[in-house]
Design a protein around this ligand. Structure first.
Ligand code: BGC
Length: 622
């Protein structure tokens, strides 16, 4: 997928106008609300199923098909979305309102809501975002470590609290739906979404599915700031051959069930309200056409009663050709997908699905099932009662409490891999040299899915960099000197800290088929520091373990910092021994790229095994 906007159409399809005309006509004929008793579906005291059934009886085929469609905000104004009766709107990664602030977002989402509520049945829309490490599209949000770091932290209760904090920040700005968590089990570190995975063992995603409880609450909608969570991507996204994004998971069903199914089972136990289907194929067939896995396994066998959503333009890929056809619409609806993320093609989807229903190739019972699931989640969420952004929650947006929580997560996620005694750093009378491209770069330490889809380098969001953290911890009599390239270091320094690793990427662009070691800049920085004879601490800021077997003899202490996000000071908490490291690898650290895939229990010998992580023998007060 080259660009988020790849599918964007420059002209608005004529059908939007047509539907708008129909809607206006319908509005004029609608009976006065006051003339009839309030319908059951509007009664908050009626049961969810009674409300769903009552509403369903009142809906036309247009209404029902509309509910099954989700468009990108850039493709439909609130009025157009309402005219098409769309069930949902999304912001893809980096799709933000002109004013990228909590108020800018709340005003935007509320406008979609207001338009939806002004239609004859007044069915609220639901707005979805990828808040995958905090509410990452919004400037000023708290940015938590990406999942790979949380997996290393091994603290599901902390992850639940992160879910709760994220939900509050999301809800405060309007969206009611989060396309998170990714419960992928990344089996090959060449995959660019490895950092969205809690780890290579199903156990990591199972345990950390606690984030769902954080996002939704114990019961969806029961508490303020509850958002609908999404277990994604069902199923096998992390198991593709050679770690190719959107590739083919060529394993037996038994292996699929053993490695990739357990997190979804657990998510369902926790009441997750939605499941997103994976772009990838299983045994050569696109997941979006897998009726057996979606309907028979997910819905029937596991008893999932929430809604199944397709991934971004993903139905287009069923036949391998650009765009989608009638056959692809039919196959994916009949496979059991309930809502369709057709960001730029809602009008065409609506037409095609109408055609399929008219031809009898998609049954009304399937359309009704999809609607029951979608409406059921909307009712549970309390959307009919509280459709608008809860702006009172904005006081927690990017708040100190949330940032403290993020800092704790950063601390807990650090994995100490090697230490000849140079760590922890002394706070007093120390002369510290800091270098490396990721020492003072907020964008690099936050990774992909930060403000934009792929992420970017530079001071893109507020927070503390790792360098800021080191500076603020260094105590009396200590000096901290920073130079990105390591220029200016001399033997008088007591320690050199090189913060190296990756620069931001997301799906597709993050695949590394030919290896993932340190780049030329990092190697030059390390060589320069080491040439002085000053003891060297290396921190890797990266979305995957990096191959550094050859550099290891030069390194006195090595810490995997993952992608910490906005609170870099948490790294310094560990470096200076205020927190004795507790992080453990949730991925095997490969000795070479050629060793991939390398996973716990496979008999291979990685550089550092799954579960590895040292503590300090001296210092450290934890
Ligand atoms: C990703 C999903 C994401 C969706 C919406 C897709 O490209 O695979 O994880 O939720 O976009 O942004």
């Amino acid at each position: 997928m080259a660009s988020r906007l790849r599918g964007k159409r420059s002209t608005r399809p004529a059908q939007t106008v047509l539907l708008a005309g129909l809607l206006l006509a319908g509005t004029a004929l609608a009976p006065m609300a006051s003339a009839t008793p309030s319908p059951v579906y509007k009664n908050p005291h009626a049961s969810v199923s009674a409300r769903v059934n009552d509403l369903l009886k009142r809906m036309s085929l247009d209404d029902k098909i509309g509910q099954m469609v989700q468009a990108e905000r850039g493709a439909a104004t609130p009025e157009q979305a309402a005219a098409m009766k769309l069930g949902s709107i999304l912001s893809g990664g980096g799709s933000v309102p002109a004013s990228n602030t909590p108020t800018g977002w709340a005003d935007m989402v509320d406008a979609y809501e207001k338009a939806a509520l002004s239609t004859p049945l007044g069915i609220p829309t639901i707005y979805g975002v990828d808040a995958v490490h905090g509410h990452n599209n919004v400037y000023g949000a708290t940015i938590f470590p990406h999942n790979i770091g949380l997996g290393a932290a091994g603290d599901p209760q902390l992850v639940e609290r992160i879910g709760r904090a994220t939900a509050e920040e999301v809800a405060s700005t309007g969206p009611q739906w989060d396309f998170s968590p990714c419960l992928c089990v990344a089996r090959d570190d060449r995959w660019g979404r490895t950092y969205e995975s809690f780890g290579e063992s199903p156990r990591n995603a199972v345990e950390n599915s606690s984030v769902i409880t954080g996002l939704q609450g114990n019961e969806l909608g029961a508490k303020k700031g509850s958002v609908l969570a999404t277990a994604k991507h069902y199923i096998g996204d992390g198991g593709t051959t050679a770690g190719v994004d959107q590739g083919n998971t060529q394993i037996s069903e038994q292996e699929l069930r053993k490695t990739h199914l357990p997190p979804f089972k657990e998510a369902i136990k926790r009441g997750v309200g939605s499941v997103m289907i994976s772009f990838s194929s299983f045994q050569g067939v696109r997941m979006h056409a897998q009726q057996y896995l979606i309907t028979d396994v997910l819905k029937k066998e596991l008893g999932f009663s929430g809604l199944v959503i397709s991934d971004y333009n993903a139905i287009n890929q069923i036949d391998g050709q650009d765009g989608f056809t009638h056959e692809e619409v039919r196959a994916s609806v009949n496979a059991g997908i309930d809502m369709f993320m057709v960001p730029w093609d809602a009008p065409q989807f609506i037409t095609f699905l109408h055609d399929e229903v008219a031809a009898g190739t998609v049954k009304m019972s399937r359309i009704d099932d999809a609607n029951k699931r979608i409406l059921g989640e909307k009712f549970k969420l309390g959307l009919f009662e509280h459709p608008y952004a809860d702006r009172s929650l904005q006081k927690t947006f990017g708040s100190k409490d949330h940032r403290d929580l993020a800092r704790q997560a950063v601390r807990e996620s650090q994995v100490l891999l090697k230490n000849d005694g140079v760590l922890p750093l002394d706070k007093k009378n120390d002369k510290i040299f800091v270098a490396g491209k990721n020492a003072n770069d907020m964008g690099n330490q936050s990774g992909g899915w930060t403000l934009t889809w792929q992420g970017q380098s530079g001071p893109v969001i507020p927070g503390t960099t790792i360098l800021d953290g080191i500076k603020s911890k260094a105590g009396k009599g200590s000096t901290v000197t920073y130079d990105r390239a390591g220029d200016g270091i001399d033997p008088s320094y007591e320690v050199a800290v090189a913060v190296v690793g990756e620069t931001p990427y997301a799906e597709g662009q993050g695949d590394r088929p030919s290896g993932f070691g340190l780049d030329a800049e990092d190697l030059a920085t390390i060589a320069k520091l080491k040439a002085t004879g000053v003891p060297l601490v290396v921190l890797t800021v990266s979305g995957r373990p990096l191959v550094l077997t050859d550099q290891l003899p030069q390194i006195n202490a090595l810490v995997a910092s993952w992608l910490p996000g906005s609170e870099g000071a948490g790294v310094a908490d560990v470096l200076f021994g205020d927190y004795n490291p507790t992080g453990k690898l949730s991925v095997s650290w490969p000795a070479s790229a050629a060793q991939e895939p390398v996973n716990v229990g496979d008999g291979k010998k990685p550089l550092y095994p799954y579960g590895y992580g040292l503590k300090y023998e001296r210092g450290g007060h934890h």
